[in-house]
Design a protein around this ligand. Sequence first.
Ligand code: GDD
Ligand code: MG
Length: 318
Amino acid sequence: MEAIILVGGFGTRLRPLTLTVPKPLLPLANIPMVERMIRNLPEIFDTAILAVNYGLNDMRKYFEGRDIGKKVIIVPEEEPLGTGGAMRNCIDYVTGTTAVFNGDVVSSINLNEMLEQHIKTKAKGTLALWKVKDPSRFGVVEFSNGEILQFQEKPEKGSELSNLINAGTYLLELEILEMIPPNQKISIERDIYPKVAGNGLHGFPFEGYFIDSGTPESYLEANFKSIGNNGTASHTGASIRGSVMIHEDAKLEHCIIGPNVIIGPKVKLEKCVIRNSVILSNVNSYGTVIEDSIIGPNIQVKNDIKQNLISPEGKIAF
Ligand code: GDD
Ligand code: MG
């Protein structure tokens, strides 16, 4: 069974970081986001298809010769084809019921349960659904008795049909992929789902967590969630507070680390205090306090930092 992962976006809200690293290759708890997604696929999936435009060469280089337990097929787009066009562009590589993921979503969805429901209901498509307070910046559904009766993408505030949003994880029959006109820019959310709603489109509400990791704040949150139970309990060069992950190739001396800290490979820190932050590879610092920030890769930090994204291409406060 195949899973398509949509990884075409520019990652604009994570600039300047994404000027040097395409968003899907940004790490979540030290593993690139897209690799984490592939590794998390249930066993029944043997193939991951990456629908890529921006960052194509980096992505090819990353996956070349790397064994991550599934077959990985990279399908390029010359021009961005939109979410629907990108799926359609992968049609030659799928063999039946297909899972599709927005590559920027980190969630606690149980795909096996969703698949079980999809098969039982004989739906043409099943969309994972998540409840939010402000649905207007998402896809919103009218949902009744398991079925999606209407779909509205990014509705105006006040006109939302409900608080249930499209969580960016789908199970689709070939019939839906075939509805998408080929070689055109098509949004699955604007051009296709509104037409299938009320006619075999089902919903799968789930609980736990859902993070669209596109902003500095949500990228931090997605990282902290991804530490899971694999955190570092102790480290010779640091006093550890709460949930922390320290790469084995990092060197720490006399540091206080945590809560919610991820430290990447080749990082060297001495006499630093780090809280609620992601430190990417090859960052050096002495005697600083770093809080609520994303730093790196390849940066030397000389001053205390709070709520900043600092990358080789520049920095932003958030
Ligand atoms: N290959 C490819 N080509 N991928 C694309 C393209 C494209 O032209 N355009 C977008 N994508 C990918 C993005 O990289 C991302 O992984 C996914 O498709 C969704 O695009 P976003 O730009 O992140 O959309 P969004 O976050 O505003 O809204 C989407 O996600 C919400 C949930 O987070 C929609 O699906 C909403 O309905 C949904 O609620
Ligand atoms: Mg998104």
